[in-house]
Design a protein around this ligand. Structure first.
Ligand code: NAP
Length: 454
């Protein structure tokens, strides 16, 4: 049994019967059977249905945003924006998949040689709850457009979203078994990865989950793409526009109540502008109004689950015990629901969870450094390497730091890190490997086949 629990109230909204091992076997076999036909369809046919899916998303965006608000606490306007982005990724791959996967001629001594991208079968997606639609669509749109089929194991706290996604694919006109949801807990994931019809696995989630899935995939030599945790550093250099940087950093920290892999997490500020930045930044963080995610004036909802909120508070408390100073927030509010206030921690140092670990909530770690060389060193002093940002009026200098010095998969100058269907997305180090989105993402589960004619 799986439950949808409203994190704003603690109430159970709906319960769902989970699939048995036998049920899972039956679904995977149907999805594999569907693939035998789906791979033969033309890009034109696929793109027509993918565009229907985009239209369907757009026309149901309010209802789908409400479902997210109820299941994981996302505020409505962010939910609507998430669904619009899902429609965008569907339209983007409907328009570009054929072009991305065209044969590539390569000049050799043979009469003809080229690379052809061939679909391989069914791919498993193991997905998190924080962007319950976007994470799935950014995987599914390219996968299905490329001629593969997909099964989804979504996070256990968003079964309603998981089933809604399956319904959307069917309603758009995809074959019944091109995309299926498996309502299973993580203990059945190993069996799915090992199933003969499953050709690869894409996991978005925490680093421990990534390690576990990668070791199973490795044991049967199946490809995996891992989009894992992050602790993105934001470097504030002494020539930054501090007012604008503070605003952008607070937005990057508080989006989705701070529960984003590419959320701004560590603010590394050079000594000369430290106090001024901290003052502006705290002001911006304090502006958030947290409350019922379904109320239009709310800018930040509850966290997705009470256990996750309590875990975050433990990380904050331990950091404070080790010498971090609370500028604002830092306490569990006296109200029902999984709420946590916007929190700014000053004087963050190595050895504290706020420095070493990912804080998955609205908590900002502010770190003082003497100059930009030390800022880069501290930024890279992390097990993670997902996103990073540099703030400076000297664009040339900031760009050089972003391009050549920061250890991350995506580096932004004077803005917070965001994903975009046109740009490759992914991390290095313990933030994972492989890329999603753009022309790179669609090739991850394809057979890059060399064809040579003598
Ligand atoms: P999580 O606990 O790792 O769960 C993610 C998914 O993995 C869920 O479906 C979960 O199932 C499943 N799972 C967990 N342990 C597993 C295991 N040992 N074997 C197989 N499956 C397993 O992460 P989360 O709390 O949902 O999401 C937050 C984390 O995701 C953060 O660390 C965040 O940074 C990361 N994230 C990364 C990206 C990115 O693109 N890099 C994007 C979003 C989020 P159950 O729910 O049933 O446990």
């Amino acid at each position: 049994m799986m439950k949808s629990v409203n994190p704003a109230t603690g109430e159970v909204i709906q319960t769902f019967e989970t699939h048995s091992e036998k049920g899972v076997e039956k679904i995977i076999n149907s999805v594999d059977k569907c693939w035998q036909q789906w791979k033969k369809t033309s890009f034109f046919q696929r793109s027509q249905i993918m565009q229907n899916l985009a239209t369907l998303l757009k026309s149901n965006k309010e209802e789908l945003a409400r479902l997210m608000a109820m299941e994981m606490g996302k505020v409505l306007h962010e939910g609507i924006a998430e669904i619009e982005k899902c429609a965008w990724v569907c339209d983007y791959y409907a328009a570009n998949a054929e072009n991305f996967l065209e044969n590539e001629a390569i000049e050799t001594d043979f009469s003809r040689s080229y690379v052809s991208y061939q679909p391989q079968g069914t791919v498993l997606a193991v997905m998190p709850w924080n962007f319950p639609f976007w994470q799935v669509f950014r995987f599914a749109a390219p996968t299905i457009m490329a001629g593969n089929t997909a099964v989804l194991k979504h996070a256990s706290n968003v079964p309603g979203c998981a089933m809604a996604i399956e319904d959307l694919f069917r309603e758009a006109g995809f074959p019944e078994n091109a995309f299926r949801t498996l309502l299973i807990k993580s203990d059945l994931v190993e069996g799915v990865i090992k199933h003969r019809a499953v050709k690869g696995v894409s996991l978005t989630g925490s680093t421990p989950a990534g390690k576990s899935v990668a070791s199973v995939a490795g044991s049967v030599l199946k490809k995996c793409v891992l989009e894992l945790g992050g602790s993105d550093p934001y470097l504030i250099l002494d020539d930054a526009d501090l007012v604008s940087a503070a605003k952008t950093c607070a937005t990057g920290r508080l989006l989705n109540a701070g529960q984003s892999c590419i959320g701004a997490k560590r603010f590394i500020v050079v000594d000369k502008v430290y106090s001024e930045f901290l003052e502006y930044f705290t002001y911006e963080m304090n502006k958030a109004t947290f409350g019922d995610p379904c109320e239009p004036e709310t800018t930040m909802g509850p966290l997705a689950r009470t256990d996750l909120r309590n875990e975050l508070h433990k990380q904050v408390s331990l950091s404070v015990k080790k010498g971090a100073e609370v500028v604002i927030g830092g306490g569990i509010p006296d109200r029902k629901g999984a709420y946590y206030p916007p929190t700014v921690l000053d004087n963050v140092k190595p050895g504290m969870p706020a420095y070493d670990e990912e804080l998955f909530g609205p908590v900002a770690s502010v770190i003082r450094v003497k100059d930009e060389n030390e800022a880069v060193k501290i930024a890279n002093d992390s097990i993670f390497g997902l996103g990073a940002a540099v703030f400076s009026k000297n664009i040339k200098k900031a760009e050089k730091i972003a391009e050549t010095q920061l250890q991350a998969g995506c580096c932004f100058v004077n803005d917070f890190v965001k994903s975009d269907p046109r740009l490759p997305f992914g991390g290095i180090k313990e933030s994972g490997f492989g890329r999603e989105l753009s022309s790179h993402g669609i090739k991850e589960f394809m057979n890059v086949k060399t064809v040579v004619v003598k």
